[in-house]
Design a protein around this ligand. Sequence first.
Ligand code: AMP
Length: 209
Amino acid sequence: MGPPGAGKGTQAPRLSEHLSAPHVSTGDMLRAEVAASSNLGLKAKTFMDAGDLVPDDVMIGMIVARLQADDASDGIILDGFPRTVAQAVALDEALYNSGGSIDLAVSIDVDRDVLINRLAGRATCKNCKTPYHLTFSPPATAGECDKCDGELDQREDDQPEAVKNRLKVFDKQTAPVLDYYRGRKKLLSIDGAASPDEVFTSLVNAISS
Ligand code: AMP
């Protein structure tokens, strides 16, 4: 968990590899629905472009279905879910019904000014999803992925107005979820200001201790 730009989408795939557990990003799932122009994608796009949350019933249905897939039986790394207390409660219920529970909620903490700078330059390869920052970690050739030569893309919701709204939405709707897990002694907070490698090391160390 963490505000937009904290590094969830950078750390979660690494953790997924490290723990051999599937990475489940609700943002990625929604972007795939938008790209496929499905009914769900068309419904979600308006909310996403504005930086608002997609309604809880849609998100809960999506995750409950994903939890039932075979590859989820030994655990998954959730990225971007839950983002409201209603989602957290529904997740606990769904896991309880299948004999499981949340092991840990990890909050990646980063100052607001750092987040805004990160989001303003964020770009991702359309093809292999490698993340870049156009100022801090640009590709060798402008607009082209170093790994696969794919085209780089900047998210619609990384535009300044949407970013402002996403941060507001985080404070209002998602920060209470941190309290939800804190109250259940499941919250681990790590400092996300350092480089991706350093954050990953502290993430792995914190989880194993
Ligand atoms: P992300 O890639 O996690 O930043 O998500 C991008 C956008 O997808 C968010 O700004 C929301 O519009 C939507 N979204 C992703 N996950 C959720 C969720 N758990 N609940 C509601 N909306 C979500």
